[in-house]
Design a protein around this ligand. Structure first.
Ligand code: GDP
Ligand code: MG
Length: 163
C-alpha cells in the first residue's frame, strides 16, 4: 500500500508551492467532487527510492470565518485518518497564529506522525525566528523555503523514515 503524506496548514503558508515542488506533475482539478473533497489535490512523489502520494489541501472558499475554520479543521481530520505522515506547514514571517495553535491541538490528539514545517525561511537570518514554533508542542521543526528548495532535502530524509 502506498504511503500518503498530507500537507495541512493555514492558507498562504506555502502548501501548494511545496506540493508543486514535490510532485512536478500537476493534476487537473476534478470538478465533480464537492466541498472539502474537491479541495484536496493528489500527486505522486519520490525520494531516495521511496515513492509516496502527496496531498495538498485547501483553497478554503468560504463565506464566513466560521465556515472557513471548519473547512480547515475538516481537512486536518481527514489527514489524520488517511495519512501515513502529516506535514503541518507554518509561516516564519507571521509567527504562531491562533489558528496554528488550534490545528496543533487537533494534530496532537491525532496520534499520526506530524512534522512541523516552517516555511519561507529564505535566508539564514530567519533561521532563529523559526524557533518560536517549538511552542506548538509537536517536537522538532524543519525550516524550509518552498520557493528556493532550501531545507527540503533534510525534511524528506526525515519524512521517509516514517514509511
Ligand atoms: P497555500 O495557500 O498554503 O497553498 O500557499 P501558496 O503555495 O499558494 O503560497 C502562498 C504565497 O506564499 C505565494 O505568494 C507564494 O509565492 C509564497 N511562498 C510560498 N513559499 C514561499 C517561500 O518559501 N518563501 C517566500 N518568501 N514565499 C513563499
Ligand atoms: Mg494552496
Amino acid at each position: 500500500m502506498s504511503n500518503i503524506v498530507a500537507i495541512v496548514g493555514r492558507p498562504n503558508v506555502g502548501k501548494s508551492t511545496l506540493f508543486n515542488r514535490l510532485t512536478e506533475t500537476r493534476k487537473a482539478i476534478v470538478d465533480d467532487f464537492s466541498g472539502v473533497t474537491r479541495d484536496r489535490h493528489y500527486g505522486v512523489s519520490e525520494w531516495t527510492h521511496h515513492s509516496f502520494t502527496v496531498v495538498d489541501t485547501g483553497g478554503y472558499v468560504a463565506n464566513s470565518e466560521d465556515v472557513f475554520e471548519a473547512a480547515i479543521r475538516e481537512q486536518v481530520i481527514i489527514a489524520i485518518e488517511e495519512a501515513t505522515a502529516i506535514l503541518f506547514m507554518v509561516d516564519v514571517t507571521t509567527g504562531v497564529t491562533d489558528l496554528d495553535d488550534e490545528i496543533a491541538a487537533l494534530l496532537r490528539r491525532g496520534k499520526k506522525p506530524v512534522m512541523v514545517v516552517v516555511n519561507k525561511v529564505d535566508n539564514n537570518a530567519q533561521q532563529s525566528d523559526a524557533a518560536v514554533f517549538y511552542s506548538l508542542g509537536l517536537g522538532e521543526i524543519y525550516n524550509i523555503s518552498s520557493m528556493t528548495g532550501s531545507g527540503t532535502g533534510e525534511l524528506l530524509d526525515e519524512l521517509v523514515k516514517h514509511f
